[in-house]
Design a protein around this ligand. Sequence first.
Ligand code: GRF
Length: 189
Amino acid sequence: MPKHVIIFASGTGSNAENICKVFEHNPNIQVKALFCNNPNAGVINKMKPFGVPVYLFNKADFENEASFLEQIQSYEPDLIVLAGFLWLIPAYLVNAFPRKIINIHPALLPKFGGKGMYGHHVHHAVIEAKEKEHGITIHFVTEKYDEGPPIFQARFDVQDTDTEADLARKISKLEMQYFPEAIRRVLGA
Ligand code: GRF
């Protein structure tokens, strides 16, 4: 029986696409659905080649605990993967899926985490702080932004000449390289 993965994403979707690609021919892991709160998100079209169904939802749907849970449970997920999902995960979801929700964050947590710390904001802050190193964190999700137990980190040295765009490119490379592997390990598949 393959392990079921659900992805939550609301942005461009390069991680979601990469996860689908990596597991496309893996008999042990199936991406069952994309849950998306942004009808204009690039990630929606990225699911098409993989035949992954997209469930679009708004704040009210997200707050309707019983029906939202039912929607998720219908895919019998072994893991919920946040890949660029910006809303806080509410307690009812964290409690329904203990240690079964993971997130990727484009910084070396606990540095540069929390509400508002996403995308270029993170890289901007890293340059402003003259950080010597930067990287990614994959972690379990709790009710607080970016605070759950870490699963994996990968890092690189920041060069004096690095711009925000350079950091974004280096971070993306690490995400593509390590996120699917972390998912596989967490699932034991
Ligand atoms: C990634 O940098 C990820 O670390 C963060 O959101 C970004 C999503 O990018 N949580 P994409 O939508 O996968 O391109």
